[in-house]
Design a protein around this ligand. Structure first.
Ligand code: AMP
Length: 522
C-alpha cells in the first residue's frame, strides 16, 4: 500500500481529544474519519455512506466535541438514532472521546423512565443523544429545547426510514436553527433519504466508504465466538490445536498488542509484537526475526503490519475483529499466498455476529465456526455415494458423476436465473422430473436445496442462513453456500443434513411467505 498516510496529528484535534484518542490506542484515523472529519471541522454539512464498524461515531463525534462550548449550558448538539441500542452505544463512544473535556452528554431513549431523563436534562446537557420518539416526547413536554442545537447528526438514517421515523425526524430538524450544521450517516441511500438530505442540508459534502470486493477464496476461514474475558484462553487452545508454522495475530490497538504479547509470553509462547509505539530499530529487529523464522507468533496492529511482505504465514488470527471488511480482506490476504492454502481464524464476541455476517457479505465469502482437528474429523463429509429415490445407496461411478454434477448444477442455476415463474417448485422449472429421480448429491458430500422464494419475497441470504440455523438446527459450517435469486434460492448444505432440513423447513414461513424446500433434482 503506497497511499499517503494521514495521521491524527494532521487532523489537528485539541490536546484533550487527542489524549483521549491516544488512550484508546487508535493508531490512525479510519477512512471515514480521514474523509469526514476535515469538512465537518470546517463547518460543512456531510453525508456519510458508511456502516457501523467503520469508525463513523468518531468521524462525527470528534468534530462535534470540537465545536461545543463547555461554558454554554444550552443543548448545542443532538444525535438522532433509530434504536436504543445505537443510542446507548453512541453515547458511550462520545463520552470516551470527551473523557478530558467538561462536556455533558445525555442519552434519552424509549423504554426507560422519562422522569430521570428529564432530571438529567435539567441538570445540564451539551449534547443529547436520542431515539426519535423519546426526543419528540421530551420536546412536547418542554423538557428539551433545540433553539441552540447547531450541530445535528442523523445516525443510521436508513434504519430510521425503515422504522417509519422519517417524518418525525423532519419535524425535529425544523425545530433546530436553520443555520445549523447537519451530518447524515447511512449505510444505504434510498430515495427518501436523498430527498431528506436535499431539503434539510446545505450543500453537503458526500463521502462514501464501501468495501471493495476482493477474493479470499484460497483461504480457509473460520470464526470463534467467545466473550471478551475468555479470549486469551481460547487463543492458547487454538494455537495448540492448529500448531501453525508461523502466524500473525492481529489486534486493533497498540495497547492491545502489548497486552497480548505479555499474556502469551507469560504462558511460555514464542511471540513478538509489532506496533507503532516501538522504535524503528526495534520494529526492524522484530521483522527480521519473524522473516527469518526465529519467531513463531507475531502480534501486530494493522498499521505496523502494513509494510509486511511475508509469504510463508500459515495462519492469520484476527484476535480483534477488524473495523471494516476491507481490513479483514487485507489482513487475511497475507496467508494462502503462492498457491498455498492458508487459514484465517477470527475471534468475535456474541455481539459481533452481525459484523461477521457483514464481512461475509462484503467479501462474498463464507466463514464457518472453528472446529478442533478432532471435531473436523468427526464432521467430515460421509463417503461419496449416490442414492436412488432416496433409497439404497449404490456405488458411485466416479467418472460420470463429476461431470454430470457440474452440468446439472449449471442447468439448474441458469434455469433459475431465467425463469419467470412466481412460486415455482422444482417440478415447475421443467428440468426437474425428466423421469430420472436421482437425488442430486455433490461428490464432496454437499447437497443442493431449492427454495421457492427469493428477492421478490423479501428473502435475503441472512434470512435463509437464519432459517437453516434456527429452523433446521444446522451449524454454520454445515451450510456451504446460500444464493438468493430473484424468485427462488439455492442453498448448499452437508448432504447428511439435507433430509432433515427439508423436513423442518418445507412448508414453514419465512418473512411472512410460506416456503417450499426440496432437494434440487436433475
Ligand atoms: P463505530 O463505527 O463508530 O461504531 O466504531 C467501531 C469501532 O472502531 C469502535 O470500537 C471504535 O472504538 C473503533 N474505532 C474508531 N475509530 C478508530 C480508529 N481510528 N482506530 C481504531 N479503532 C477505531
Amino acid at each position: 500500500m503506497t497511499q499517503e498516510i494521514i495521521t491524527f496529528k494532521d487532523l489537528g484535534f485539541s490536546p484533550e481529544i487527542q489524549q483521549a484518542i491516544d488512550e484508546l490506542g487508535f493508531e490512525e484515523p479510519s477512512p471515514i474519519q480521514v474523509q469526514g472529519i476535515p469538512p465537518l471541522l470546517a463547518g460543512h454539512d456531510v453525508i456519510g455512506q458508511a456502516q457501523t464498524g467503520t469508525g463513523k461515531t468518531a468521524a462525527f463525534g470528534v468534530p462535534m466535541l470540537e465545536y461545543l462550548d463547555p461554558d454554554n449550558d444550552e443543548v448545542q448538539a443532538i444525535v438522532l438514532t433509530p434504536t436504543r441500542e445505537l443510542c446507548i452505544q453512541v453515547t458511550q463512544a462520545l463520552r470516551t472521546y470527551a473523557e478530558h473535556l467538561d462536556i455533558e452528554i445525555v442519552a434519552v431513549f424509549g423504554g426507560a423512565p422519562i422522569k430521570s431523563q428529564q432530571a438529567q436534562l435539567r441538570s445540564g446537557a451539551h449534547v443529547v443523544v436520542a431515539t426519535v420518539g423519546r426526543m419528540k416526547d421530551l420536546i412536547s413536554r418542554r423538557s428539551l429545547v433545540l433553539t441552540a442545537a447547531r450541530f445535528v447528526v442523523l445516525d443510521e438514517a436508513d434504519e430510521m426510514l425503515d422504522l417509519g421515523f422519517l417524518e418525525d425526524v423532519e419535524k425535529i430538524l425544523r425545530m433546530c436553527p436553520s443555520g445549523r450544521q447537519t451530518a447524515l450517516f447511512s449505510a444505504t441511500m434510498p430515495p427518501p433519504i436523498k430527498r431528506l438530505a436535499e431539503s434539510h442540508m446545505y450543500d453537503p459534502v458526500t463521502i462514501s466508504i464501501t468495501p471493495k470486493k476482493l477474493t479470499v477464496d484460497a483461504i480457509r476461514q473460520a470464526y470463534v465466538e467467545v466473550p471478551s474475558r475468555g479470549k486469551t484462553d481460547k487463543l492458547i487452545e487454538i494455537l495448540k490445536a492448529e500448531d501453525p508454522e508461523q502466524a500473525i495475530l492481529f489486534v486493533r490497538t497498540k495497547i492491545g498488542a502489548s497486552r497480548l504479547e505479555r499474556d502469551l509470553k507469560n504462558r511460555g509462547l514464542d511471540v513478538k509484537a509489532l506496533h507503532g509505539d516501538l522504535s524503528q530499530g526495534v520494529r526492524d529487529g522484530v521483522m527480521i526475526a519473524f522473516k527469518g523464522h526465529r519467531v513463531k507468533l507475531l502480534v501486530a496492529t494493522d498499521i505496523a503490519a502494513r509494510g509486511l511482505d511475508i509469504d510463508h504465514v500459515t495462519h492469520i488470527i484476527n484476535y480483534d475483529l477488524p473495523n471494516s471488511s476491507e481490513i479483514y480482506v487485507h489482513r487475511i490476504g497475507r496467508t494462502g499466498r503462492a498457491g498455498r492454502t492458508g487459514r484465517a481464524i477470527t475471534f468475535i464476541t456474541p455481539e459481533q455476529r452481525k459484523d461477521l455476517l457483514q464481512i461475509e457479505k462484503d467479501a462474498s465469502t463464507t466463514i464457518t465456526a472453528w472446529e478442533s482437528p478432532e471435531e473436523r474429523i468427526e464432521h467430515a463429509p460421509p463417503p461419496r455415494r449416490r442414492r436412488r429415490s432416496g433409497h439404497d445407496p449404490v456405488p458411485l461411478d466416479d467418472d460420470s458423476d463429476d461431470d454430470s454434477e457440474a452440468a446439472d448444477s449449471k442447468a439448474a442455476d441458469s434455469k433459475a436465473g431465467d425463469s419467470k415463474a412466481g412460486d415455482s417448485t422444482a417440478a415447475d422449472r421443467g428440468e426437474a422430473d425428466r423421469g430420472d429421480d436421482e437425488v442430486r448429491e455433490a461428490p464432496d458430500g454437499i447437497a443442493k436445496l431449492f427454495v421457492n422464494r427469493g428477492n421478490r419475497s423479501g428473502i435475503t441470504e441472512d434470512d435463509l442462513r437464519w432459517a437453516l440455523r434456527e429452523g433446521a438446527v444446522l451449524k454454520d459450517d454445515q451450510i456451504t453456500s446460500v444464493r438468493v435469486l430473484d424468485r427462488f434460492s439455492f442453498v448448499e448444505i452437508d448432504a447428511g443434513q439435507a433430509e432433515r432440513a427439508v423436513e423442518f423447513l418445507d412448508g414453514s414461513k419465512l418473512k411472512g411467505s410460506e416456503i417450499r424446500v426440496e432437494v434440487a433434482r436433475r
